[in-house]
Write a protein that binds this ligand. Sequence first.
Ligand code: GUN
Length: 286
Amino acid sequence: MKIRGKVLIIDGKKVAFSLLEDLKLKIDKLDKKPGLAVILANDDYSSKVYVASKEKHSIALGLKSCVYRFDKSITQGKLISLIHELNENPEINGILVQLPLYSHLCEREILEVISPKKDVDGFHPVNVGKLYAGLNPYAVCCTPKGIVKLLKAYKIKLEGKNVVVIGRSNIVGKPVAALLTNENATVTLAHSKTKNLKEHTKKADIIVSATGHPKLIKADMVKKGAVVIDVGISRQLDGRLIGDVDFEKVKDIASYITPVPGGVGPMTIACLMENTYELYLLQNKG
Ligand code: GUN
């Protein structure tokens, strides 16, 4: 419960845990297990960690987990053939290509080969289009979906609120702006070329920052009582993870704030698991 005048730290781990518990009960009741295929074609350390976590969660939930890890010799053609095979494989319900890819691979072409009904990330143009049109995508991008679920779990009203989203990536910024618009918020999408960011953030009831710039959001950029959602995650030299928000200072001004780690991150994974289950239902409805 929120105590008046005191910041509430949004517990993403707790909300995600509860979502995963519900999901496990539903998955346990199925005769056939939903299958998630994850493709890693990149040498990046963070991507390896994310993929390992996706695999671990899939197994814990009782999903069929298939992870394909490739070295730099992988070609565009081979990846496309694999995706075609996975599109046809009835044991696989969700296909995820971890981004970014090796620089010689064409991300757009690869994402477009995934069947929209198996596009567990919601990155296919069909699903992006459905999201923007306010129609039901087969799957909604996991981090944006997780952010809206977190806000709803804490009963934070969205209708009519001024939201400033910072960062215009296809993975977070643009889709979260669309989702929040569909929730009747008034959304400003700011980015690296935005002039005087503070002028925008100062007016925001809700700030969603997804830039990867450590401590970009300072206390003097935040209106008293604003809700602050930090999607950024950067590793410091000492190995600690920090977000886009100067947490220690901003928490004295905000009404709700997400920590890094333990805020949005766990919701991304939980929504990926939920999307896999939902695509399974979609593909197996009688
Ligand atoms: N890289 C960083 N975040 C994501 C994500 O949500 N999905 C995929 N496929 N790649 C990512």
